[in-house]
Write a new protein. Structure first.
Length: 270
């Protein structure tokens, strides 16, 4: 895979330079005046100004706020798209396992996402039945259809490595295990590049994900083999812009909580 595969915005930014480099005028400059610094300078397109948050992890000025501690207005139940009814208290969103998965009302293609989660301090269980949830980077149907970045307590809990926290479920083992203790807040920062499909539904380019868990790189531009599946091999089926989904896992361990969820849709520079 080429290093620039995930950096579609930067690739677009460099495109004018490539045009210049391939032009006859540039070739002449390179041949007769290779010391001219202007030959390699571009001034368009101009990146948009984004005001960063004062505190690292808080949303910048162009972010879409998915949960700010007040309500679940940006979320619906995955099963029937009725309003979400997880538990909102003290600025925190806690899983309601009886209600099932929830997903965003809005759909997305490529984006940057920030999400914070907390495994309960008094968590019980082991293996996959210990604080299990999932961040589905694109929800493509009811249930667990889509592309899952795993959430699980792996501070002192062994499981199959392609199913531990930080994994692309059943596809990619995380590069590290920077888990915090149960009761402490953890954070995901994710860059998602959605798959592209041809008009006939065949795959034109696969999905890719880069993810940081608690500031540590756990997925480095990983190229997904298809949607994540509990049983069987992954495969793609054509879809368009999709919601982001949070999983209410059916295990009996205590439900986990979320806060400070925001997303920045990423579009190529024009």
């Amino acid at each position: 895979m080429k290093p620039s595969a995930c950096l579609f915005s930067r690739r677009t930014l460099l495109f004018p330079a490539l045009l210049i480099a391939s032009s006859p005028i540039f070739a002449q400059q390179q041949q007769y005046d290779s010391t001219d610094h202007r030959a390699t300078e571009v001034y368009s397109p101009v990146p948009p100004i984004v005001t960063p948050a004062e505190k690292v992890g808080n949303p910048p000025s162009d972010a879409v706020i998915l949960f700010d501690g007040k309500n679940e207005d940006q979320w619906v139940k995955t099963a029937d798209e009725t309003p979400a009814d997880w538990i909102v208290s003290d600025g925190i969103l806690t899983v309601n396992k009886k209600s099932g998965n929830i997903q965003t009302r809005q759909t997305f293609t490529n984006y940057q996402l920030h999400l914070e989660f907390r495994i309960p301090k008094d968590i019980t269980g082991s293996d996959q039945a210990r604080g299990n949830s999932g961040l589905f980077l694109a929800s493509t149907g009811k249930g667990d259809a889509g592309y899952e970045l795993q959430i699980l307590d792996n501070y002192n809990n062994k499981t199959y490595t392609n199913g531990q926290v930080g994994s692309v479920y059943k596809q990619s083992i995380p590069l590290a295990n920077p888990s915090r203790k149960p009761g402490e807040w953890s954070s995901y920062d994710v860059v998602w590049t959605a798959p592209v499909f041809n008009a006939d539904g065949s795959l034109a380019s696969p999905a890719r994900v880069t993810a940081f868990l608690n500031g540590v790189l756990v997925q480095n531009c990983f190229e997904l083999k298809g949607e994540t599946r509990y049983i069987g091999k992954p495969y793609y089926h054509a879809h368009g812009p999709s919601p982001i989904k949070l999983q209410a896992h059916g295990d009996k361990s205590e439900p986990i909580s979320f806060r400070n969820i925001w997303v920045r849709p990423l579009e190529p520079l024009q």
